[in-house]
Design a protein around this ligand. Structure first.
Ligand code: SAH
Length: 368
């Protein structure tokens, strides 16, 4: 079924579909799939336990399944989806970025960020992005294709496994938060992203058993898809990449604004907040002399009044060749002060991973 917001972003012709994987399937579909392979339905649950609960896709460790069945089930339902091109770490190992190569050679990125009280993983929902925001590295390269549900889930399963096994400096740990702020526009790949949220939050062994409250979906503001997302009834957090409070500037910074205006986007976000009970986040990359004027801060504060939104200011991480850069410290301070004066909660995002090209899409862009 066509999905609002997804219509214009069809996969390029000739793109090979990713192989079917356990994580693409609902629990009922998994039972059907193992039955079609001549196995008993309960094998589906065993496989799910290995993959989602034990984070293992290595059939040699599945000792509760006879060896011959293991091979067949692994080959059919747990095909290799992606391989690590490289890991790059910084911040003393607390930030680890992974560049992945998918089965068709497509490159995507994920980032694991370790804080004293939580571990957050930033994942990609598409290879590339069709939204064309001029300050974003991924936007410059265009859309390669949508990721499958399993390609999204596997970034997280692998990250959780690496953390558990102590492969990330700081000792073994558990993943607490997921942010859909890697490559791609998650709501333009609606069905697969929603499928991934279900796999990640269904209780083990059906899914990974993460909390919906720890998941943030970040969008440019595809209004029909935001409304559909509201109807899912999730308690995830929704983040809106606003970057400008006025349509004139936002039309250029977030081109999809020519279709859905600032006010419509904020109204859809407010409805999500009301339905989910979660405060919405407004993402705002501060770009020197472009969107960081005090009057824009003031207008932003006015637009957000009564919406219970939290503003995340992100110092622009300049992309190679861009004429834009981060705001002057005094302008950033004035922007914060203007929002606070209007009673809008605001934080300036820490800029992890700058020296590892942590900004959206930079690592894959460099590889190409
Ligand atoms: N497409 C989604 C999610 C991916 S981008 C969205 O736009 O929300 C995650 C966040 O990083 C967005 O707020 C995006 O605008 C921001 N971003 C992209 N490039 C950036 C850069 N060079 N510097 C700072 N923030 C950037």
């Amino acid at each position: 079924m066509p999905v609002p917001g997804e219509l214009t972003f069809v996969a390029p012709r000739g793109a090979k579909k990713p192989p079917r994987h356990l994580a693409d399937l609902t629990p009922a579909e998994r039972r059907e799939a193992v039955t079609a392979l001549g196995e008993k339905p309960f094998r589906a649950r065993q496989l799910s336990r290995h993959y989602f609960a034990r984070l293992s896709d290595d059939p040699t460790s599945w000792t509760d399944i006879p060896a011959a069945a293991r091979e067949r089930l692994a080959g059919e339902l747990l095909p290799s989806l992606m391989s690590v091109v490289r890991h790059i770490s910084c911040d003393g190992g607390a930030t680890r970025k992974t560049l992945w190569r998918l089965h068709d050679g497509t490159l995507v990125e994920s980032v694991l960020m370790r804080y004293p009280e939580r571990v957050t993983m930033c994942v990609s929902s598409q290879a590339g992005c069709g939204m064309n925001c001029p300050f974003c590295a991924t936007g410059q390269a265009g859309l390669d294709r949508n990721l499958s549900t399993a390609e999204i889930v596997h970034q997280i399963v692998d990250g959780a496994r690496a953390l558990r096994d102590g492969e990330v400096p700081g000792g073994p740990a558990r993943l607490s938060n997921i942010v859909f702020m890697g490559m791609g526009e998650p709501l333009a790949n609606y069905k697969r992203v929603v499928g991934a949220i279900r796999r990640l939050t269904d209780e083990a062994p059906d899914g990974v058993g993460l909390s919906q409250r720890g998941i943030t979906v970040s969008t440019v503001g595809l209004v029909p898809a935001m409304r559909r997302f509201t109807d899912e009834g999730f308690s995830c957090r929704l983040a809106v990449s606003l970057h400008a409070p006025d349509d004139e500037l936002r039309d250029t910074l977030v081109p999809v604004n020519t279709r859905w205006k600032v006010r419509e986007v904020l109204d859809a976000a407010s409805d999500y907040a009301e339905r989910s009970g979660r405060r919405i986040s407004i993402e705002y990359a501060l770009i020197r002399d472009i969107n960081d004027q005090a009057w824009r801060a003031d207008l932003l504060g006015k637009m957000l009044r009564g919406r219970g939104a939290h503003v995340n200011l992100i110092p622009l991480n300049p992309t190679p060749g861009s004429k834009w850069t981060a705001s002057r410290p005094e302008d950033e301070r004035a922007f914060v002060a203007a929002l606070e004066a209007r009673g809008v909660p605001v934080t300036v995002r820490d800029t992890r991973g700058q020296e590892i090209e942590g900004a959206c899409g930079q690592l894959a862009a460099a590889e190409r």
